[in-house]
Design a protein around this ligand. Structure first.
Ligand code: ZN
Ligand code: FE
Length: 256
């Protein structure tokens, strides 16, 4: 039986997620920035909480850890290198480790750049990746602790996942990301088509998450730093991919 995955909106634009295995009854909360919405979603579904999966240490992703652990006795899993920054961490994991929800396994991918120790959880058989603030729909995370080279490497790793993989990113930033993407790559038919779909979805209050790796590969400017048409559109011909990426990230930082 497939995993039952639910979005849990919190704060202004964060998404936490519940991942439930109907066979074992095990349920994980991904990046519970605050406890209230997670508790409400668990109670509405009638699920217990057995696991908490953190992608990185930022408060809007770990703020609910201790309250949820106290209430449910859930085990907290997160990046091993952030043992001192993730409240209540029980099990530190890194590249190549496996995390299981019932019999559904996630591969841990190290995807640094937003922070120096950011991880993603890739459920290969379930075709889903939980990538926190690394890859966003039409965007990528800000470089707080890592370099452009770190983030470009992380994005290439995510880009290499199977195209049908659903991308569960941790913020609803898609509409503003889309405005920036159009400013760089506005002649791309795939991007223009996606922009229309995003506008329509947001007008009805529909989440744009999850996306897919295929859709991001085709339209996300931060995944296209080595695509000749994109480099030309951005006016960056002749630069190596990592420098194209770095420049696009800088432009986004100052985009209004
Ligand atoms: Zn963050
Ligand atoms: Fe965040």
């Amino acid at each position: 039986m497939p995993l039952d995955i639910r979005l849990v909106p919190m704060f202004a634009d964060n998404y936490g997620f519940l991942i439930h295995d109907p066979v074992s009854g095990d349920t994980a909360a991904v990046d519970p920035g605050e406890p209230g919405p997670i508790i409400a979603a668990l109670e509405a579904a009638g699920w217990p909480l057995t696991l908490i999966l953190n992608t990185h240490h930022h408060e809007d992703h770990v703020g609910g850890n201790l309250a949820l652990k106290a209430r449910y006795g859930a085990q907290i899993i997160g990046p091993a290198a952030d043992r001192d920054r993730i409240p209540g961490l029980d099990r530190g994991v890194g590249e190549g480790d496996l995390v299981e929800i019932g019999r559904h396994a996630a591969h841990v991918l190290e995807v640094h750049g937003h922070t120096r120790s950011h991880i993603a959880y890739w459920f290969a058989a379930d075709q889903a990746v939980f990538c926190g603030d690394t890859l966003f729909a039409l965007g990528c995370g800000r470089l707080f602790e890592g370099t452009a080279a770190d983030m470009w490497q992380s994005l290439q790793a995510l880009r290499a996942l199977p195209p049908e993989t659903r991308v569960y990113c941790a913020h609803e930033y898609t509409q503003s990301n889309c405005r920036f993407a159009l400013s760089v790559d506005g002649a791309s038919p795939a991007l223009l088509a996606r922009a229309e779909a995003i506008t329509a979805a947001r007008a009805e209050g529909i989440a744009t998450v999850p996306s897919t790796i295929a859709l991001e590969r085709a339209t996300n400017p931060f995944l296209r730093a080595d695509v000749p048409e994109f480099i030309a559109a951005a006016g960056l011909a002749g630069l190596p991919a990592v420098e194209v990426f770095a420049e696009i990230r800088r432009r986004k930082d100052s985009f209004r």
